[in-house]
Design a protein around this ligand. Structure first.
Ligand code: NCD
Ligand code: ZN
Ligand code: ZN
Length: 447
């Protein structure tokens, strides 16, 4: 139509509840942004607009994952940027941060720019590379953070995740350097001297099962130390995968002191505890380890009140031979991208701890703010980027590892029936996943 205000591809979402609130309305997407909201939003739709009947569904800003392992380069037998992007889109994510513990390590602009470019080529989700803090994740020498930050991939988060930046002097320098660069350091808080040989949470379960323990203090001592180092450096620090009640307490204390510290919690630490270890099934092996029910309760409460800022998946694909083996020999980590929303609904929404606006806060708005993405986690308003997720809150589905988009199948939720499902994910106005299928871009000359 020649008088149409919107050109190119348009998507019309009908009868949707914004943030799960109020009356159903229509939302028109065009030119990569939210073009109109309201009963007459469809009047500017192009004749070939894709119309989504979203009755009973909820619209939120697309999710942002600050902690994803995509395994490319190096372990493409477990995940690739292609397969991991599909998993992310199916999980409702419009941006993910790909951790640096690849092979080679993402400690140079060559690797970080490669990851960024591959992500753009795939086009299902914005893949932001995380740069290593230290060369080879070895904790000895700072990586060239400035070069990575000014590359095409514009690295804005640095982490040695998988390893702790344990040397306090190196961490102090990294924080000072990061604050002058305006980037974020994300710490895998694990004092390595306290976790030598550790494979499970140190507590009664591990003692009974004969598994060497990973004490809470290994995490908490680093959280406390880094809060003080961030304070003195005038820097920001982000705590990866908070797992203990003590970490929640320390976060509260540090915030009270005015320290710039943020933290994430994983879906698995919100749902699972160390009683899962009884079977010795290594699918439950993860760093930090599944803790006790009291920690799970404290993490949920901390997330609800904002002491823990956000949910991050720590999506960690592993090959069958690295998981289906004796517990001590297995690699730690579990899949998370496609199940994250459902676990958050089960643990936080069904329990009354968060409403849907709260889900938007912990899965989209806060992570985008923490890392400084200005095109994600935005309000559902006209003119804002159309990075969105549609959710059927009443759906139920049963998890089967082989049905997930990831190359590896190590989900701890195998055969569990979970609430709520992502029905559609939209990146800059383009549908990247719908009804369980990732949609690769069709190059028809229009974008
Ligand atoms: N979480 C894990 O248990 N494993 C992660 C590394 C990490 O997040 O520490 C991995 O890369 O597999
Ligand atoms: Zn980690
Ligand atoms: Zn990780």
């Amino acid at each position: 139509m020649s008088d149409s205000a919107v050109t190119g591809e348009t998507v019309l979402i009908k009868n949707v509840l914004l943030y799960g609130e109020g009356e159903p309305t229509d939302v028109l997407l065009g030119d990569g942004v939210i073009a109109a909201i309201g009963a007459d939003a469809g009047k500017d739709a192009t004749p070939d607009a894709e119309v989504i009947d979203a009755a009973g569904q909820i619209l939120l800003p697309g999710f942002v994952d600050l902690h994803t392992h995509l395994r490319e380069p190096g372990r493409e037998d477990t995940e690739t940027i292609n397969s991991g992007s599909a998993a992310a889109a199916l999980g409702g994510y419009t941006a993910v941060f790909a951790m640096a513990n690849t092979s080679p390590v993402a400690d140079s602009v060559v690797v970080t720019d490669h990851v960024w470019r591959r992500g753009r080529e795939v086009g299902l989700v914005d893949v932001h590379p995380v740069g290593a803090v230290t060369v080879g994740l070895e904790g000895k020498q700072l990586a060239e953070m400035a070069t990575m930050a000014s590359g095409a991939g514009r690295v804005r988060m640095f982490s040695d995740d998988g390893h702790c930046v344990y040397d306090p002097l190196i961490m102090r320098r990294a924080l000072e350097y990061s604050s002058s660069l305006g980037v974020l350091i994300a710490q895998h808080a694990e004092e390595p001297r306290l976790t030598v040989g550790a494979i499970a949470h140190e507590g009664p379960t591990a003692a009974r099962l004969g598994l060497a323990g990973w004490p809470r203090a290994a995490e908490e001592s680093i959280v406390a130390r880094d809060a003080l180092l961030a304070r003195d450096a005038g820097a920001r620090v982000h705590i990866c995968h908070a797992s203990t009640a003590g970490t929640v307490e320390l976060m509260k204390w540090a915030r009270g002191q005015g320290i710039s510290i943020t933290a994430e919690v994983t879906p698995h630490h919100l749902l699972l505890d160390d009683s899962r270890l009884e079977t010795y099934d290594a699918v439950n092996k993860v760093n930090p380890p599944l803790r006790e029910a009291s920690d799970v309760a404290a993490l949920r409460a901390g997330l609800a009140e904002g002491t823990i800022d956000c949910v991050a998946t720590d999506h960690a694909p592993h090959a069958e031979q690295d998981k289906c083996c004796e517990f001590a020999a297995a690699r730690p980590g579990m899949l998370g991208l496609e199940t994250a929303l459902s676990i958050v609904v089960q643990t936080m929404v069904r329990t009354g701890l968060l409403d849907w606006r709260g889900v938007a806060r912990v899965m989209s708005e806060r992570p985008a703010e923490i890392v400084g993405l200005d095109d994600q986690g935005r309000p559902l308003e006209v003119g804002e980027p159309a990075n969105l997720v549609l959710i059927d809150p009443d759906a139920e589905w049963t998890v089967h590892g082989p049905d997930l988009a990831s190359v590896a199948h190590n989900t701890p939720y195998e055969s569990m029936t979970l609430p709520a499902r992502v029905t559609t994910t939209i990146l800059r106005g383009r549908i990247t996943a719908s009804d369980g299928q990732a949609r690769v871009r069709v190059r028809n000359g229009r974008g």
